[in-house]
Design a protein around this ligand. Structure first.
Ligand SMILES: Cc1cc2nc3c(=O)[nH]c(=O)nc-3n(C[C@H](O)[C@H](O)[C@H](O)COP(=O)(O)O)c2cc1C
Length: 360
């Protein structure tokens, strides 16, 4: 078995410095357990699911592995206070168009009780993590000091996920044990700065281990990032195309089919910048950017179509968050095999660099 270790491994109690990213709709108990059991850190996405579902997913993961697990919770500064159902017939024209097209495919679009993401919801999920003695909590959309302090009081390590150097500074100031810096290449919510630059910026001041994210699907990339100074990687899109991920076959096929320019970064998903694969879900907004609502109203407006299309695994009408690395993912494998391959590729790339690059 290959050896690949950084100080991050001892800090988090894992064998390999490869962390499977929190991914809403994708990463639940089965995926997290498979990655942790294989020696990485598996993460359960807990932003949108109800606290009860989070509890069930943790129980499931715990029944499959006794290795450390991470739970990803959202702490947005502007959490919606009142999630009263929107009137579906009063939504922007592109949303209504999407509804018509989805219903024409025989799928019912209904109002959604989207849990995300009030502070009470986040607190309830933290309590569940503490009850299950979860080892690591990842903070998405903000790393508030009160949440870090609560985790530390329960012996839980905290990862702050950021998309800019400024946000990395505040996550470290608020006490995060690790920062994940996600470059603009990444899937889901994503910033403007490319990973190689963002990582260099954050390494200049970071006093905690820095983990790289965004577009990572091959070991050679990991070798480069470890050489640059990252202590690990946080990998999303590559783990969508695994047997244990919770999305349907059409989502996985869209990733396997993705070409070089398949993804776009847009506000259409929820009013914050999200990278996703271009399809009908995104195309209905072309030429209608002025109709987009601010966050969180855009999130509420898009949720009924998003949840209905995802539940039916619609090929062209579901939201397909994915990073630019989707163009390099062509297969669907067990998550443990993905992790093992990434480790072996990284080791091989580090060794190859030693042979290829002359230095003294
Ligand atoms: C389908 C999908 C859903 C995501 N959902 C979340 C989420 O719920 N919470 C979160 O912190 N990040 C989320 N992200 C971002 C990931 O945690 C991670 O930073 C990103 O996937 C890394 O880029 P990559 O996909 O290119 O590997 C999501 C990403 C994807 C692709």
């Amino acid at each position: 078995m290959a050896t690949l270790e950084t100080p991050l491994c001892a800090l988090l109690g894992i064998r390999y410095p490869i962390l499977q990213a929190g991914m809403g709709g994708v990463a639940f108990g089965p995926l997290a357990a498979a990655v942790s059991e294989a020696g990485g850190l598996g993460t359960i996405a807990a932003i949108s699911p109800t606290p009860q579902r989070v509890d069930e997913e943790i129980r499931l993961a715990r029944s499959r592995t006794d290795k450390p697990l991470c739970v990803d919770i959202g702490f947005p500064a502007r959490a919606p206070q009142d999630l009263a159902a929107l009137r579906l017939d009063a939504l922007p024209a592109p949303v209504q168009q999407l509804h018509r097209e989805i219903e024409a495919l025989g799928v019912n679009v209904q109002p959604v009780d989207d849990q995300a993401m009030g502070i009470e919801d986040a607190k309830a999920k933290l309590e569940i993590c503490f009850r299950h003695r979860i080892e690591v909590v990842a903070c998405a959309l903000g790393t508030p000091k009160w949440a870090v302090d609560a985790c530390h009081a329960h012996g839980v390590k905290v990862i702050g996920i950021v998309g800019s150097a400024r946000h990395a500074q505040s996550a470290i100031r608020n006490g995060a044990d690790v920062v994940v810096v996600q470059g603009t290449e990444g899937g889901g919510h994503t910033g403007e700065v490319g990973l190689v630059t963002l990582l260099a910026e954050v390494l200049e001041f970071a006093t905690v281990p820095v983990v790289a994210a965004g577009g990572i699907v091959q070991g050679a990339q990991i070798a480069g990032l470890l050489t640059q100074g990252a202590q690990g990687v946080w990998v999303g899109t590559r783990f969508i195309n695994t047997l244990e991920s919770s999305v349907g076959p059409n989502y996985k096929q869209a990733i396997a089919d993705a070409g070089y320019d398949a993804t776009i970064r847009s506000l259409l998903f929820d009013g914050l910048y999200v990278r996703q694969i271009r399809n009908r879900f995104t195309e209905v907004w072309e030429g209608h950017a002025a109709d987009m609502l601010p966050y969180p109203q855009q999130r509420m407006a898009m949720s009924p179509a998003r949840f209905a299309a995802a539940a039916a695994d619609l090929k062209d009408h579901q939201a397909l968050p994915a990073g630019q690395g989707a163009s390099l993912v062509r297969d669907v494998l067990p998550a443990g095999a993905v992790l093992q391959r990434l480790v072996e590729e990284t080791v091989a790339a580090l060794a190859a660099a030693r042979n290829r690059v002359a230095f003294a």
